[in-house]
Ligand binder design. Structure first.
Ligand code: ADP
Ligand code: MG
Length: 271
């Protein structure tokens, strides 16, 4: 079970105005700006569920995934995943989870993908037999036969995503976090990836939490959608709660945002 309660996260960034004078002054007095990424997010996800976190850029989706996967700690609030507090029990907790960030690679750039997998085997200390079995199965399902000997650097985005997902599943995690897995993919790759994730959830009962700003992803993949905007939870329900009759998914989404104060229109000034 995954549980977040009233989770708040603020980033502290050094602020400096342009110009030599400001640069000089910054040497002596650092000014910080606080960016509130999450302002009190709560939800519970049961084992075996597949849930989409939907929201526009900057909503707080990646921050949520980073907190759930133990990469970041929250300012306040409670986080518990399968009995672990992610940012505290990192060593043991990482064996429970797989994480893929669409915009960042866990593969070693200059070595063949198969060698990256071997390194992941060492990192996760996966027993040889389990590793061989999982690698063979994932290679088959994600059609990696032709690309396993290719360095990650030379792969297309679609090929790389397939390898990333395989890499994140070699240790048979119970929970899979996918942060924008379909971003930038062509239509064929998107379909294949969605199909794979759907099967994984249905057959292996892996809990899947994915982020996206694509309504089509949500429609294809999950019954449950948690929508966030500006660090707040806007909706925890189904796609039908967003969909307006007679309108396209995208139009429905825009209308949904328009119904919420401050979600569209003029950018607010940061306090
Ligand atoms: P999303 O994944 O939904 O696009 P993020 O969680 O990445 O949103 O970002 C939420 C907010 O936090 C945004 O305003 C973003 O600019 C800010 N933010 C994210 N990461 C950092 C960081 N490392 N430092 C400062 N601000 C950040
Ligand atoms: Mg993001």
């Amino acid at each position: 079970m995954i549980h977040m309660e009233n989770v708040v996260k603020t980033y502290k960034v050094a602020r400096r105005n342009a110009g030599a004078k400001a640069a000089f002054r910054a040497l002596f007095r650092r000014e910080y700006e606080l960016i509130r990424a999450l302002s009190g997010i709560s939800f519970t996800i049961e084992d075996g569920e597949m849930v989409a976190l939907l929201g526009p850029n900057g909503a707080g989706k990646s921050t949520t995934i980073k907190i759930l996967s133990g990469i970041l700690y929250p300012d306040s609030g409670r986080v518990e995943c399968n009995g672990f507090v992610p940012y505290k029990d990192r060593m043991r907790y990482t064996r429970e989870i797989g994480v893929v960030f669409g915009q960042r690679s866990q593969l070693f750039w200059d070595v063949p993908v198969a060698d990256s997998f071997e390194l992941l085997r060492d990192i996760y200390d996966i027993p040889e037999a389990d590793f061989r079995k999982n690698e063979a199965e994932l290679t088959e399902l994600l059609q990696l036969q032709e690309i396993l000997r290719t360095p990650a650097r030379q792969l297309s985005l679609g090929q790389r995503m397939r390898c990333e997902i395989a890499g994140s599943l070699l240790h048979s995690p119970k929970i899979l976090f996918l942060d924008e897995p379909t971003i930038g993919l062509d239509a064929v790759s998107k379909l294949a990836l969605r199909q794979f994730v759907k099967n994984l959830n249905e057959e292996k009962k892996t809990t899947v939490i994915l982020t996206t700003h694509d309504m089509q992803d949500v429609e294809a993949l999950s019954k449950r959608v948690i929508m966030i905007g500006k660090g707040k939870l806007l909706l925890d329900g189904t796609i039908d709660d967003i969909r307006k009759e007679g309108e396209s998914l995208d139009e429905s989404l825009v209308e949904f945002y328009e119904g919420i104060d401050g979600m569209t229109g003029k950018e607010e000034e940061q306090p």
